[in-house]
Write a protein that binds this ligand. Structure first.
Ligand SMILES: O=C(O)C(=O)C[C@H](O)C(=O)CO
Ligand SMILES: [Zn+2]
Length: 279
């Protein structure tokens, strides 16, 4: 068993209201997600959601961590994987699943050996990983770009025109509680998830990618009448508590991967804020 993990406890709205910039960043921002040849987990106490990334220039095996007190990582967990790099493969108990850029894999509870690899170490795969507790073993399934559910949202006039792709949702793959997808802002649009919403039944983690060099994304969080912001760079992730809005605005367009877990699998269960009511 290796110690390659960090715990983030669950903070309440009352605590967060009093946090300064550094405290907010320490609590919610995951600055380094993609690590070469190793996996460094962040374990959030919001719905026990785990987030990490791996760039396997050599083969990397998924190991359990102290926090889980389990024989192997997926003993009581499920995991979702989206590749944002070059061609790679994930081998699950001997079965090889090749994953090209923007292809995903869901692996159900009970699989014992998971190995990440790249086709070429010069253009390695970059696997983004989200994991949640699981109560049932659902089959492992690859989700290609043609399998996803695509939704067009927003408009250029409100600078929020974007394409949302649902990869790991219960209409695409059987899951216990994990949901994952990817949203891409169109050129000229900068606002994601605006109007902002809260879903007290589920927490969420955002992983901002494809932020051009020299640009940044300002992530918004907090209660609708008490918002805070965190400036984020390319390939950083942020934990969004269930009681918090989650929205962002960039200095250019960008993409992000969202992952959720909690009480239900109902993607549409969200309470939308009235934009002029945001404070
Ligand atoms: O741009 C959006 O809108 C999203 O991507 C919304 C997220 O998927 C979300 O917050 C789901 O609850
Ligand atoms: Zn949401």
């Amino acid at each position: 068993m290796i110690k390659n993990s960090e715990v983030r406890y669950a903070a309440s709205p009352r605590e967060v209201k009093r946090m300064d910039t550094q405290e907010l960043r320490d609590e919610f921002l995951v600055e380094e997600v993609m690590t070469v040849n190793e996996i460094k987990w962040v374990y959030s106490h919001y719905d026990r959601f785990m987030v990490a990334g791996v760039v396997p220039k050599n083969d990397v095996t998924l190991e359990t961590v102290d926090e889980l007190k389990s024989e192997y990582f997926l003993e009581r967990r499920e995991i979702g994987i989206i590749n944002i790099g070059g061609k790679g493969a994930v081998t699950v108990d001997g079965t090889v699943y090749e994953l090209d850029n923007k292809e995903a894999l869901y692996i159900g509870q009970g699989n014992q050996e998971v190995v990440f690899s790249s086709e070429s170490s010069n253009n390695p795969a970059k696997f983004y990983l989200n994991s949640t507790p699981a109560h049932k073993a659902f089959p492992t399934k690859k989700i290609g770009t043609n399998d996803v559910e695509v939704v067009e949202l927003g408009a250029p006039e409100t600078a929020n025109a974007r394409t949302l792709r649902k990869y790991i949702v219960n209409s695409v793959v059987d899951v216990c509680q994990l949901q994952m997808g990817m949203t891409s802002l169109k050129s000229g649009s900068v606002w994601n998830t605006m109007p902002a919403h809260v879903h007290d039944r589920r927490m969420e983690v955002y992983f901002y990618i494809e932020v051009p060099e020299g640009q940044s994304v300002c992530h918004f969080m907090g209660q609708t009448d008490e918002t805070r912001h965190i400036w984020m760079q390319n390939e950083q992730a942020v934990i969004s508590p269930p009681w918090s809005i989650h929205s962002g605005s960039g200095t250019s367009n960008y993409t992000f991967i969202w992952g959720m877990a909690g009480e239900n699998l109902d993607y549409s269960d969200m309470d939308t804020a009235n934009i002029p009511d945001l404070r």
